[in-house]
Every structure is written in structure tokens, then in C-alpha cells.
Design a protein around this ligand. Structure first.
Ligand SMILES: *Cc1c(COP(=O)(O)O)cnc(C)c1O
Length: 393
């Protein structure tokens, strides 16, 4: 497809070759393997001399279509799609790091990523240093002779710290480190880490990319050489995305741009309104001027994203009462859905951390994370306000 088309248009128009049925929408290729007319064609496919599909653990038309769209959106050369966001993150690390290597990882990362880095990488002799998101000097101090990769999320989950991608990009380049960025919260529509020097971008496609709470999925895109290593690792270890989920995710990308516009607009308007609520200690959203990294967010993001968080004055007890008092918002362990969601990280996603570890990454007892859905902002706000009233009783 012509490179001149805007990535948003490409994400709508990229598709696998039409079959003889001339279908408008890509059919679902639910097949575990692919046949060959001749032994020679099969030999060539196995020898990497052709692009023919062999087996759906390696490649599949639906999966390839989803990957091609993600590459267009992120400005990447190549990619591989996985069954979940965590298998994308796991594979991006285990395919490229080996015993004796060192990983520099932002301390505020998704709960399972934290466990992966601090528990499992270590078990295989891969060292790691956790550095605070907002302290560039600490990143510099963490560099060792065996450092190989820098891993981060921005905005971070759930406290929405914004990391200066331009600065980290220069840091990674200076020390010849692979820069691996989880771009789940921003999506490529709001921020493109590769433009700032990232070598790899990973996603939980489960969130905004699906955007309707239906399927799990993940994807890794970036530098072709690194992705080749990851592809070979995944081809042999098997975290591949199913064709059905890829079909859903590829269709979802056709509406990502319009959905993100509405999610971001809702989040900004609701966060703004809650700043003056008497039961709320503070509200944090990347595009609110009070955000500590507001200028960086404005520099590297097109909008602030669909998630904001707030601290209830009543702490833990108020947080629980708030969840119990919601009538419209869903209480569920997900985000990036057309339906607005409230969660309480201290008792859910970050419950495996100790109190001290939670506080170190900014997870206070009354912290509520809101994922703004596509409902009318006034309805979302009204439900939050009535639940806040009840939480303070
Ligand atoms: C949800 C999430 C993940 C994990 O993705 P799964 O699809 O649930 O495996 C990773 N990173 C971030 C930022 C997430 O929000």
C-alpha cells in the first residue's frame, strides 16, 4: 500500500488479497496449516525463500493483516502478534536477553511486567535495575557494562507519569541499549515511540486496540532485525495470536482513530470537572495543566489518553465505598473499553506488591483509576459524582 496515505487510512485500507469471492471484508482464515501443491514449494517455504504460509503458529493471513496495520500506525518495519500483551512483553525480553545481561526497567510498570522482571528474569540470570520514571539521573546511574535493554511505559499505569521519550531515546542511543516501550496507554494515534528512537514497541491489544472488551491480544513492532529474533523465538515457543482474535483486532483498528478522539475528550472533560469535587484530593491526567510532566505530555502526545486517576480524601475505606456505589461504571480489571471502568489498583492489579513497594510507585490507598468509555461524558460524570457523595458518608 502507498506510503503516502496517512497511517489512519492505511489502518482502514490494508487488507489481505481478496479471494475469488470478491468479499469486501477480509474472511476469517481459521486454519491451523496451509497446503502446498509441490514438494519444491514446501521446501522453499521452510527455507525462508518464499512468503508462503506454513503453519498458523508461524503466520496466518488474519494475523499478518493485523501486524501490517500496526506497523503502519507505529511507523515500524516489522512485527509479530501474540496471544496477550504479557506474551508480547515476555517474548520481547526473552528473545533478546540472555544470562548475564542487564535490563534497566522503569519501576512503575504494569503489575505482571513488574513480576516478570523482578521474579522470572532473575531466575534465568538476567539482572535488572528498577529506576523511578521521573528521575533521568537515576537512569544514567543504572547503566552497567552488561546493560542491554531499557524498558518503560508512558503514561505509566495507573498513576500516569509521563516519561520524556526524546530524552530516553537519546540515553538509549548513547549507551547502545535496545529501547523497548509499552505503548498500550497512548496507542500509536497519540504517540509514536519509534519517532523518538525506540527500537521496539509492545502493546496489550486487549485494551484500546480492541476497545470493546472482547479479546486478548498483543503485538511487538519495530526494528526488522530485532523483530526477526523475536519472530524466531515465538515461532518456536508458541505465544502466537489466534486468527479469530486477529480478525477482531484488525477490524478494531479501522475505528481506533475516532474512538480515541472520543475517549480522550471524555477523559479530559471529566477529569477537569472532578478537580473541584470536595471529596477528591487530586486528579491526575497528562493533559491537565497541574500534571507534573504536563509540558512533556504536550510535546510527545497528541491527546492525554482515555485514563485518568484521582485520590479520594477518605482513603482506602472511601475507595471501596466508591466502587460499591457506582451504578453505571463497571468495576472490572480491564481498561480501554467502550464502557467506562473504575478500578482500585491497591487491592487489584498491584495487590502482589508490599505496601512500601506500592507507595514507591505512587499507588496510594484511595487511588481510583477511571478508564473513560464512549458513553456521553455527562452520564459518566454524574455517576462518578453520586458515588463520591456516597463514599464520603
Ligand atoms: C493490560 C496491560 C498489559 C498486559 O496485557 P494483557 O493483554 O492483559 O496480557 C501490559 N501493559 C499494560 C500497560 C497494560 O495495561
Amino acid at each position: 500500500m502507498s506510503k503516502k496515505l496517512d497511517p489512519v487510512t492505511q489502518a482502514i485500507r490494508i487488507r489481505t488479497t481478496q479471494t475469488s469471492q470478491h468479499e469486501h471484508t477480509t474472511p476469517l482464515y481459521l486454519t491451523s496449516s496451509f497446503t502446498f501443491d509441490e514438494a519444491e514449494a514446501m521446501r522453499a517455504a521452510f527455507a525462508d525463500e518464499s512468503d508462503d504460509n506454513i503453519y498458523s503458529r508461524f503466520s496466518n493471513p488474519n494475523v499478518d493483516e493485523f501486524i501490517a496495520k500496526m506497523c503502519a500506525l507505529e511507523g515500524a518495519d516489522a512485527g509479530f502478534a501474540t496471544a496477550t500483551g504479557m506474551s508480547a512483553i515476555f517474548s520481547s525480553m526473552f528473545a533478546l536477553l540472555k544470562q548475564g545481561d542487564h535490563l534497566i526497567c522503569c519501576s512503575s510498570v504494569f503489575g505482571s511486567t513488574y513480576t516478570l522482571v523482578t521474579k522470572y528474569l532473575q531466575r534465568f540470570g538476567i539482572e535488572s535495575t528498577l529506576v523511578p520514571a521521573g528521575d533521568p539521573a537515576a537512569w544514567e546511574a543504572a547503566v552497567q557494562a552488561n546493560s542491554k535493554m531499557v524498558y518503560l511505559e508512558t503514561p505509566t499505569n495507573p498513576q500516569l507519569e509521563v516519561i520524556d521519550l526524546e530524552r530516553v531515546g537519546q540515553f538509549a542511543k548513547k549507551h547502545k541499549l535496545i529501547l523497548n516501550v509499552d505503548n498500550c496507554f497512548a496507542t500509536p494515534l497519540l504517540q509514536r515511540p519509534i519517532d523518538f528512537g525506540a527500537d521496539l514497541v509492545v502493546h496489550s491489544a486487549t485494551k484500546w486496540i480492541d476497545g470493546q472488551g472482547r479479546v486478548l491480544g498483543g503485538v511487538i513492532v519495530g526494528n526488522a532485525e530485532l523483530v526477526k529474533e523475536i519472530y524466531l523465538f515465538c515461532r518456536n515457543t508458541g505465544p502466537s495470536l489466534s486468527p479469530f482474535n486477529a480478525w477482531i483486532l484488525s477490524k478494531s483498528l479501522e475505528t481506533l482513530d475516532v474512538r480515541m478522539q472520543r475517549h480522550c475528550e471524555n477523559a479530559l472533560n471529566i477529569a477537569q470537572a472532578l478537580q473541584s469535587n470536595p471529596h477528591v484530593a487530586w486528579v491526575k491526567y497528562p493533559f491537565l495543566p497541574g500534571h507534573p510532566q504536563y509540558d512533556i505530555a504536550k510535546k510527545q502526545m497528541k491527546a492525554g489518553g482515555g485514563v485518568f486517576c484521582m485520590e479520594l480524601k477518605g482513603g482506602l475505606a472511601a475507595g471501596r465505598k466508591f466502587l460499591d456505589s457506582l451504578e453505571l461504571l463497571s468495576v472490572t480489571a480491564n481498561l480501554g473499553d467502550s464502557r467506562s471502568i473504575a478500578s482500585h489498583p491497591a487491592s487489584t492489579t498491584h495487590s502482589k506488591l508490599t505496601d512500601a513497594e506500592r507507595l514507591a510507585v505512587g499507588i496510594t490507598p484511595g487511588l481510583i483509576r477511571i478508564s473513560s468509555g464512549l458513553e456521553k461524558a455527562a452520564d459518566i460524570l454524574a455517576d462518578i459524582c453520586q458515588a463520591l457523595e456516597k463514599s464520603a458518608l
